[in-house]
Design a protein around this ligand. Sequence first.
Ligand code: SF4
Ligand code: SF4
Length: 218
Amino acid sequence: MERYVKIEDISDGKRYKSNDMAKLGCNECEGCSECCHNVGESIILDPWDVYMLETNLSCGFEGLLGKYLELKVFQGVILPYLLLDEKEGCHFLNEEGRCSIHGFRPGFCRLFPLGRIYENGSFSYFLQTQECKKERRTKVKISKWLGIPNLSSYEKFICEWHYLVKDVQELAKQMEGQGLKEWNLYLLQAFFAAPYEERDFYMQFGKRYEEARKRLDS
Ligand code: SF4
Ligand code: SF4
């Protein structure tokens, strides 16, 4: 979810990098599942999230749609979101109030209560101070909190994907009808529906990204 707010109003005002420590530790959410119950429309998935779900659930994009994911339009661009139950809770939350896909949960869930602020072609992390209900949080290194292998490649991917979607959203403001529909079909097909092999995700994404950039430039 994107928010257009002053960072000072929702955070401690600092910008963090993955090697920094931040007050994130919440005793592994013991006894709490608040942020998985009331997620609103907030969990937009990126190609890495979908790749992780497909690989770990042994299921293609088509199989995920309608069962775990749904498509919604965000600023003219169609993107997959986590499908929620009627009370805006996540389908992956089990009866014990724990995430049943913890090992391959989406990047947005890994971040929480961190957010990302995008500036000058890059991004930093920031700490949302009013989101997690636990008190007395302990300091944890952000890279450890995220628990994502090969984090530098992941962060490069996050940046490329964010700015690509931004550029298509800008294009969507000038396009309508068939042109916009074709762009949306292209993005969905190239980055989500076309399966990724289990080998290096970032290399496969990189090739698709280069093609999308060429297409955008032309
Ligand atoms: S509100 Fe905080 S403690 Fe509760 S589930 Fe979310 S991150 Fe964990
Ligand atoms: S995928 Fe897991 S961590 Fe994310 S909202 Fe659902 S239950 Fe919570």
